[in-house]
Design a protein around this ligand. Structure first.
Ligand SMILES: N[C@@H](CCC(=O)N[C@@H](CS)C(=O)NCC(=O)O)C(=O)O
Length: 210
């Protein structure tokens, strides 16, 4: 099995953290996004959407899209579960994972992709060209600020995003916070005490280095 990824990709980081949490040994193959390697015929043959990450199984099956890759790895390697074990737990974790993605992770990416000069005409990843919309930068930053406020409230009532146990929802929220802090200079605000307590705990796990 091989994971095509990029060190700078927050999407790929979500899969790398899950791999580290599960203690899996999966070959990492870098795709140079700066050199536009994702658009090479060789990579497009693996992922026609020209995005990372992609997991390629030993039989050649290529799996794109972060939640699909995470689902495959969870079911193929059920030890150290991160997507829940009971029906209820699976639903609650999926709910919080989607909320972390839609309310934090994707807004942070939206703000960056609509701002960065090097991404002119590339406001959305994938095979099609889209112009930047400058208004989305401020809106994206506002959405991240609201994500911080709402997840701080959530983490005042639970130690981890989806409840009592670390899960894939923590991975998505961590990737969102770290990307917003670095790429948007939007760190966790001082009043978000519970969010900060949670971040200190999840960022201290060895997997956060992935
Ligand atoms: N929905 C995809 C999104 C993947 C994605 O957007 N990856 C970015 C890197 S974080 C990418 O490959 N960008 C290439 C580009 O902008 O051309 C997933 O879940 O894997």
């Amino acid at each position: 099995m091989k994971l095509y990824h990029s060190n700078g990709s927050p999407h790929a980081r979500r899969v790398r953290i899950l791999i580290a949490e599960k203690g899996l040994d999966i070959e990492l193959i870098p795709v140079d996004l700066g050199a536009k390697e994702q658009f090479s015929p060789a990579y497009r043959a693996i992922n026609p959407r020209a995005v990372v990450p992609t997991l390629v199984l030993d039989d050649g099956t290529a799996i794109g899209e972060v939640p699909a890759i995470q689902r495959y790895l969870e079911e193929a390697f059920p030890e150290r579960p991160l997507l829940g074990t009971t029906t209820k737990e699976k639903a609650v974790i999926t709910m919080w994972d989607r909320r972390a993605e839609q309310e934090g992770f994707l807004p942070a990416i939206e703000a960056v992709r609509n701002a960065v000069a090097g991404l002119k005409g590339r406001a959305l990843s994938g095979p099609h060209a889209y112009d930047q919309i400058p208004e989305l930068v401020e809106r994206g930053r506002l959405r991240v600020a609201n994500f911080y406020r709402d997840f701080d409230a959530r983490l005042r009532e639970a130690p981890f995003v989806a409840g009592d146990r670390y899960s894939v929802a923590d991975i998505t929220a961590l990737a969102a916070v770290d990307f917003a802090a670095k790429a948007l200079d939007l760190p966790i605000p001082p009043e978000a005490i519970a969010l900060k307590r949670w971040h200190d705990a999840v960022a201290a796990r060895p997997s956060a280095q992935a």
